[in-house]
Structures are given as C-alpha cells and as structure tokens.
Ligand binder design. Structure first.
Ligand code: LFR
Length: 479
C-alpha cells in the first residue's frame, strides 16, 4: 500500500534490531527485519563496544528495509566515540561497564561536591556517567579528539556525515545543564575536556541529514533521510508507553530496569539527590524522573555463567514459579552487580552478607532475581511518587521484561497496584512514532501513546496478594 514506512534502528546492550513501521487505520504496524547480538568486548585496555560491527549490522538491516521515508537511531546512553579533525574514529568506544571509572567517579564527586553537581546537572550518580568516563580517560585519543559523539549520533554521523548531539541522550551525560538544557562549559572543563568537543544539540524530530553515497550504495536506499528521535533508548521507550491516564508510572525493562515517572519539570531537591534519582530529558520537554535498577542483566549474566541461553529460559522460569516465595532477596541497585562476571556467586554472597539463605537451585536463584527486581521497582516508584508529590495508580511495564509473566506479577504484588505489560518493543515503537510525527502524521505525546495503546493491546496483572510479605522482605535489604 501507499502508507509511508519508517525504519527504527534500536541498539540495546545485549541485542540490536531494525524495525519497520507504518501507520494504518490509526495503528502502528511493525515488522522486525533484522536482529543481532551485542555485548562487551574485552580488550587489554578494558571493555569496549564493537561499534564498526554494529554499524555493519545497521547497514544489513537497512538493506532489508524497503523504501522508508526516514531512519531513526536510538541506543543505550552515556557512551561515546571520539573523532579527530578529519572525522576518523579514535579507537573503539569504551563500554559503560568498564572499570576505569570505579574510583575516579567518586573522587570527582568529592572534589566537585555532590550537591553542587546534582544542582547543575540533575543526574543520578552512576559511576559510568559520561562526565566521569571523560574524567577517567587516559590515553592520547582525548588529546587529539575534536568531537565527541554519543553512540546513536555516531551511527547518525556514519550514515549522513552530519555531527550533532541529540538532546535526550545528551541529558544522560552529566554535562548538560538541567535548567537551560544547554551543554555546561564548566562541567566539561571540570571533567578535563574542552567544551568545544561537544557538538551542537538537536531535538527529537529534527532532520539529521541525507544518506551518504557509500551508504546508499550499500543499502540501496534512495530518498531516505535520517531523523533524530529520542535517541536515548529509554526516552523512546517512554514515548511508546501505552498510557491513557495521567497518573502512570513506568518501568522500562531490558538489561536495566528504569523505574520512574514522567514529569513536566525536574526535581532538583536535596531529597531527590540523596535518593539518587535522575532527571533525564524526554521527548517534548518532558523529564524522566527515575532510578536505574540493575535489571535483567542479573539473569543474563547467570545464564552466561551457567552456559545457558535464552532458549533455556522457559524451563527455568517454570521452576522459579514453583520455588518458595521470598526466601531471599538482594538489592538490585547494588553496584557490585555492575561488572560482567560470575553473577550467581555474587548474588549468593549478597544473600550471606544480609543473613539470608543462599538460593540452593537455579530455579531458586531465578526466583530470587525476579523478586529482587520487583522489590526494587516498588522501592523506586514509591520514592518517585513521594519525592515528586504525584499519585500513581497504574504501572506500565514495557520492554523485554513485559513478556516475563513472573516479573510482571511480582511487580504488581509488591506494589499493590495493577501492572499493565507491553509493548515488548516499546523503544522501537517510540522511535517510529516520533519519525511518523516528524513526517506530519501524528500529534502530541498523548496521541502517540493512544496509537501505541491501539497497536499493542497490553496485558493487565492485578495484585494477587497483600503487600505484607513484600514489606517484610524489604527489611532484608540494606538502606
Ligand atoms: C537502558 C539505558 C539506561 C542507561 C543505561 C546505560 O538501555 O540506556 O537508560 O542508564 O542504558 O547507558
């Protein structure tokens, strides 16, 4: 048919995909045309991303994309590539799980002042924030670098030759001023870099540029432009939340769980800082007031340690469903779970440290992980509501975890309010909807969400139990 199509490139920390979408009858029809694995690559100088490999997969996906009007790129946040004066990439980008920021981040905060930093950038303390990665950089690359490009902007540059910094992702760096939404030269200098390294900002919906001739030759696409979307995957995922009422909270699940609220303005109070909340920018001037929770990374790393794959998940989850409830829980925000490694051993140690029984079987371990995530979702969402003075009557759980029935049910049970699950591909959905709007086919955020709701009828999980056992379990967690 004649409806225009759009292509979303969505790069997650464990997998990437290219998804086509078009609006038909007020619904977004989507089709995944390419999916590929992603993950950290250990090199002698630390953990990296295979950025060139990712770009090759992007091209392979676009080759199967038909004739899209535009392409939008989103990915995980904070990581970047450096370009020299001729536009060459100076080394493979570091992975945010690399250990080089471990001590630097804390000493940076001590010197600068935690309260001072938060009052300027409004960002949660995570050791891998771009500002700390830059402060931790050694090597010659930074000395000759002319331009820093966040991952989606790097892919955008390779597609079009145009440089820029998309706003939602820029807001995760810790280098953006939380009030005027401009780069902060003082923060850049504090991180030891020339503010000129940071390219001009651009907002979701703006045209990035046209495909370069080698890209056209490789993909066969002519007349396709690249459009900036909410290039932080979480920004796109929140656009794709099928909320129909204002008092909603969300949990964007995947490698991470991002649990919080959409607000019209940042919460920059001392209480919000102490509770380690972040104020990331969303599409249309919204603020994502949320906390990062380690997420399904806990499960992914267990599978890897056990030599299993996602094919083994259904039987593990069936076992977890039969395991004893709330025998042991861990703090899913503990930074000890950040680096790749033997996750079952770390979880066992965390249980010992808090005087709880160590999960004795794999099924018990999986149950412990899912209940710990549910508890962390509850804690973050209740605090978000309190700190912002918002009521929450429904939680939208989107992303990969939406197909995990136990995770959805436990989250509803722990919070005592309904969880509405889906879409699984909320990020690609939000990416595509912003492109469709840029082409003049949709209106405000509420309308985009209405389209999302019509397109992917979500599954509702009502709380089954009282929250009392969860209240008790919470006492086993530090803090
Ligand atoms: C989720 C996410 C989070 C960000 C983390 C690291 O994929 O983008 O929002 O804090 O990855 O970049």
């Amino acid at each position: 048919t004649a409806e225009p199509t759009f292509a979303a490139v969505d790069l997650g920390a464990s997998s990437g995909r290219v998804v086509l979408g078009r609006l038909a009858g007020g619904r977004l029809e989507t089709r995944e045309v390419h999916r590929f694995a992603n993950g950290p690559v250990p090199l002698p100088d630390g953990l990296h991303w295979d950025a060139l490999g990712l770009f090759r997969e992007v091209l392979a996906g676009l080759r199967r994309a038909g004739r899209p009007v535009s392409v939008g790129v989103d990915s995980w946040a904070v990581d970047y590539g450096l370009l020299d004066a001729s536009g060459s990439l100076l080394g493979e980008p570091f992975h945010y799980r690399d250990a080089r920021t471990d001590t630097v981040a804390e000493s940076f905060v001590d010197t600068f002042g935690a309260a001072e930093l938060f009052s300027r950038n409004g960002v949660q303390f995570l050791p891998f924030n771009t500002i700390f990665q830059l402060a931790a950089s050694k090597g010659a690359a930074l000395e000759v670098a002319e331009t820093l490009l966040l991952i989606p902007d790097l892919i955008g540059y390779w597609l079009t030759g145009q440089v820029g910094a998309e706003l939602t992702n820029a807001s995760t760096t810790g280098l953006l001023d939380a009030r005027d939404h401009e780069w902060s030269p003082e923060l850049a200098r504090a991180a030891g870099v020339d503010p000129a390294l940071l390219p001009a900002l651009r907002g979701p919906g703006e045209v990035v540029g046209e495909l370069l001739p080698p890209v056209v030759a490789e993909t066969g696409l002519t007349g396709t432009s690249v459009v900036a979307v909410g290039s932080h995957d979480t920004a796109s995922a929140v656009v794709g939340v099928p909320a129909r009422t204002p008092n909603f909270a969300y949990v964007c699940t995947g490698t991470w769980s991002l649990a919080g609220l959409e607000l019209p303005a940042p919460v920059l109070t001392e209480e919000a800082r102490r509770a380690n909340f972040t104020n990331e920018l969303g599409v249309d001037g919204t603020v994502r007031f949320l906390r990062n929770i380690t997420g399904l990374w806990l499960l992914q790393e267990c599978l890897r340690t056990w030599g299993l794959t996602s094919d083994d998940l259904p039987s593990l989850l069936a076992g977890a469903a039969r395991a004893e409830p709330l025998r042991a829980v861990v703090d899913a925000e503990d930074t000890r779970f950040l680096a790749p490694g033997d996750m079952p051993a770390r979880i066992a140690q965390a249980c010992r440290d808090t005087g709880q029984p160590v999960p004795a079987t794999r099924a018990a371990m999986v149950r412990c992980i899912l209940e710990s995530l549910a508890l962390a979702h509850r804690r973050a969402l209740r605090e978000a509501a309190e700190l912002s003075g918002r009521d929450v009557d429904v939680v939208h759980l989107v992303g990969g975890g939406a197909r995990n029935e136990l995770l959805c049910q436990f989250t509803a049970d722990a919070l005592g309010i309904p969880v509405v699950a889906g879409p699984v591909e909320a990020t690609a959905t939000g990416n595509l909807l912003v492109q469709a709007r840029s082409a003049g086919l949709a209106g405000d955020l509420a309308e985009l969400r209405e389209i999302a709701a019509r397109s992917h009828p979500p599954t509702r999980y009502a709380p089954r139990t009282s929250t009392a056992p969860w209240d008790r379990a919470l006492r086993n967690l530090p803090g």
